[in-house]
Design a protein around this ligand. Structure first.
Ligand SMILES: Cc1cc2nc3c(=O)[nH]c(=O)nc-3n(C[C@H](O)[C@H](O)[C@H](O)COP(=O)(O)OP(=O)(O)OC[C@H]3O[C@@H](n4cnc5c(N)ncnc54)[C@H](O)[C@@H]3O)c2cc1C
Length: 456
């Protein structure tokens, strides 16, 4: 493991160890045939990363184009963020404000981006249904709760703009309307809903997608870390922990865990950030009633440093948020203490409820603040997709599909450009300046958000 070349503490890259998440503990019975690579092999497309991006690319390449594909994953399949997230299948994927996106890319391309986000949510639903994946589909909207009167004005204005300019399905609810239908908590000042959205079981979806990719012919190799990436003529040579893979095309699908040292083109392109989750024991009916809880839809707060939460099918409460440590044990423990303190402050009636699971992982931002999807200008046999800004369940699945279609068309026509990619996601995002200071940028940004949220 090339620990020293990674941005965070080595604890964040222990590929041999699964995160102790609720999703790991309840991953279901889906069998995978995946085996670590054990000798030198070749294939047409090698995909680095066995999360949603890599598996969706593999699934679509094999199902639609019968391409010979291998997925190389350093941990077990789904070791990364795809096996650990909050399971919100919702519209987002970007940290660029809507007004900024419109002024940079124009209204038409911004609309196209958001319509693609809607398409991406429906794509996940379709895959779950078509492939008979054993994941619950909970709720039917993302609820954004405003935590101050000023925040409610902003949430209302944003929801109206999303509807008017971008054609999204939003609605606004006053505090009384919201607590009658969804739940109540002391900071509630109103809310907005955004559809389509639902909540799923991230690991069951992941394993179902992996099994479907295998059924269509993809070969998945867990515990196969790519350690070196070289080129011999037109052939990529990937040296892994279990042998060498020679391939005509490579897809880089490693998002917040991107090994930037493997290829200079990807150096300093990502800003990984810790996101952490705590899950309680199952709540009783009386405990749920104490906060008038009556929804399975996923929820976010209006804070800059937002929290995300939902009720799980077995009535456990899941609560997530960002962390600013470097992932070393002491900092990670402090993150979890702050996370749980936030849960107790927001839902005081659940202060004494035991937390039974806690885990974390890396999400990924880009300098452009939008996902970055494309192929390298100086080597069009390399495709990439990452930078979903903490909203990758739908976006990474959609990205994998788009990469598959683009790669497929480029096999017969090397100049093909995917006109269906909206401008905000097209091409490689810029490098972060002074990249070794990226952790300090994250810490400064989180500290600033804490302050602005406190002032609200
Ligand atoms: C705690 C948390 C909560 C989140 N909640 C949500 C949510 O509710 N909704 C939402 O939409 N998004 C959420 N996200 C974000 C979402 O999970 C990600 O955007 C998405 O899973 C990214 O998928 P991916 O396949 O691109 O990357 P990942 O799933 O991170 O997969 C990348 C893989 O690359 C592998 N890898 C790295 N280096 C190598 C190498 N050298 N060789 C081989 N393999 C390598 C890693 O092991 C990893 O498994 C959350 C993320 C976290 C961490």
């Amino acid at each position: 493991m090339s620990v020293s070349k990674r941005l965070y503490h080595e604890n964040m890259y222990r590929f041999a160890e699964p995160e102790p998440s609720y999703w790991e503990a309840t991953q279901g019975a889906t069998e995978l045939g995946a085996e670590p690579l054990a000798r030198d092999e070749q294939c047409e497309v090698a995909i680095i990363g066995g999360g949603y991006t890599g598996l969706s690319a593999a699934y679509h390449l094999c199902r639609d184009l019968e391409v010979d594909v291998r997925v190389l994953e350093a941990g077990h399949i789904g070791w990364g963020a795809s096996g650990r997230n909050g399971g919100f299948c919702s519209i987002g994927g970007s940290s660029l404000g809507k007004d900024d996106m419109i002024s940079r890319f124009g209204l038409d391309e911004t609309r196209k981006y958001y319509q693609a986000q809607v398409e991406a949510v429906e794509l996940v639903r379709e895959i779950i249904t078509d492939e008979g994946i054993d994941s619950p589909i909970q709720g039917n909207a993302e609820l954004e709760v405003a935590c101050s009167p000023g925040a409610f004005s902003e949430v209302r204005e944003s929801a109206e703009k999303q509807k008017r300019l971008l054609g999204l399905d939003t609605s606004v609810l006053t505090r009384d309307q919201f607590r009658e239908r969804y739940f109540d908590f002391p900071k509630l000042h109103g809310a907005a809903t955004l559809r389509p959205t639902f909540a799923l079981h991230p690991m069951r979806y992941l394993r179902g997608l992996a099994a479907a990719a295998e059924r269509h012919g993809a070969l998945l190799h867990p515990r196969t870390e790519v350690l070196k990436w070289a080129k011999e003529g037109a052939t990529h040579v990937l040296t892994t922990s279990g042998g060498t893979v020679r391939a005509r095309y490579v897809v880089l699908a490693t998002n917040g865990f991107t090994p930037e040292h493997l290829l200079p083109a990807f150096h300093a392109r990502t800003m990984p950030i810790i996101s952490a989750i705590a899950v309680t024991r199952p709540l009783s009916d009386d405990e749920l009633a104490a906060h008038a809880w009556q929804t399975e839809s996923p929820v976010i707060t209006s804070y800059d440093l937002l929290n995300y939460f939902r009720l799980l099918p077995d009535k456990r409460f899941m609560w997530g948020g960002r962390g600013s440590s470097n992932g070393a044990p002491a900092g990670a423990a402090k993150n979890f203490t702050n996370l749980v303190a936030g849960l107790h402050a927001a839902f005081p009636h659940w202060r004494d409820v035991d937390i039974e699971y806690r885990w974390h992982g890396l999400i990924c931002m880009t300098r452009r603040l939008t996902p970055t999807i494309g192929r390298l200008d100086d080597d069009p046999s390399v495709f990439f997709g990452f930078g979903y800004h903490g909203n990758g369940v739908n976006t990474s699945t959609w990205t994998g599909k788009k990469i598959a279609a683009w790669l497929g068309s480029s096999r017969s026509d090397d100049t093909a450009v995917p006109v269906s990619l909206p401008a905000p996601v097209r091409g490689l995002s810029g490098r972060f300046p002074l990249p070794s200071l990226r952790l300090y940028y994250v810490q400064a940004r989180i500290a600033m958000f804490r302050l602005t949220d406190w002032l609200k």
